[in-house]
Ligand binder design. Structure first.
Ligand code: SAM
Length: 262
């Protein structure tokens, strides 16, 4: 079957053998259950299979590619011809999954936010190895007091520890994207703040970072009636800027907000 890459589905196929090899060498695959998101024509799938997983599930939205994968791999893989944004990943297997995804760039942060915000107490995965546009990856791993630091860093680091594995150049893909990519690995944290409603963390970071150059006095006043008292209690200097507060402080602010409303 001749594959014509569909732009609307973010189809940039990874063709660099060294990179494919590096990706499957980041974690133990043998005898593990694997979930691959957006397998495309199966380039990465092939490398995963060489590592002898116990089982491999793939979620591919494109009907043509799902047929192609079926022809190519037959019963070696379990194809879920569906949209990753609407599927319940925790229903796929009883075992915890190792997840690989060379995601379409236009939905990558939406997927991550779905997995973090929707995540119940029980993690359905052991680790996530995901490809992002480099610029987005740099925002995810950014530390406080840097220009890339913001909402995405705070939300992504709430329940997960994250590390960069490698940067990947456009030449490693076909067709070539216009941007550089980075591969990140995420591990579930053992301890994290439990929020009644994770949307409160989203709301609070939105209010703070909508004016990232201004002092946090204003967003603090917007969120809390008695903001002076609360900032004192939490040990936060209201003359700081949003990017000076580390992620833990945003989690504490959210917790305080929820406590006051309950
Ligand atoms: N993993 C392949 C590779 O490395 O060669 C392909 C990666 S390509 C960047 C993204 C893949 O995700 C495409 O195969 C595309 O059809 C699929 N895709 C796009 N949107 C999707 C969605 N909402 N749910 C599942 N798969 C999706």
């Amino acid at each position: 079957m001749n594959i014509v890459a569909k732009k609307s589905l973010g189809q940039n196929f990874l063709i660099d053998r060294n990179i494919l090899e590096q990706i499957v060498n980041t974690v133990e695959i043998e005898n593990k259950e694997i979930l691959e998101i957006g397998p495309g024509s199966g380039n990465l799938t092939q490398y995963i299979l060489k590592k002898k997983p116990k089982k491999i599930y793939v979620i591919e939205k494109d009907n043509d590619l799902s047929l192609l994968l079926n022809e190519k791999f037959n019963d070696e893989i379990n194809i879920i011809n569906d949209d990753v944004l609407t599927i319940s990943e925790d229903k796929i297997s009883k075992e915890k999954l190792t997840v690989f995804g060379n995601l379409p760039y236009n939905i990558s942060t939406e997927i991550l936010s779905k997995w973090i915000v929707n995540l119940s107490k029980k993690f359905w995965f052991n680790e996530l190895i995901l490809m992002f546009q480099k610029e987005v990856a740099d925002r995810i791993i950014a530390k406080s007091n840097t220009s890339n630091y913001g909402r995405l860093s705070i939300l992504s680091n709430w329940k997960l520890d994250v590390k960069k594995i490698i940067d990947i150049k456009p030449e490693s893909f076909s067709p070539r994207p216009k941007i550089n990519s980075s591969l990140l690995i995420f591990f579930p944290k053992k301890d994290f703040f439990n929020f009644e409603n994770p949307k409160n963390l989203e709301m609070i970071t939105r209010v703070f970072f909508s004016q990232r150059r201004k002092m946090i006095k204003k967003p603090f006043n917007q969120i809390f009636k008695n903001s002076k008292e609360i900032s004192k209690k939490l040990g936060i200097d209201l003359n700081l800027r949003p990017q000076n507060l580390d992620p833990e402080t945003y989690y504490q602010i959210t917790k305080e907000y929820e406590n006051l409303r309950s």
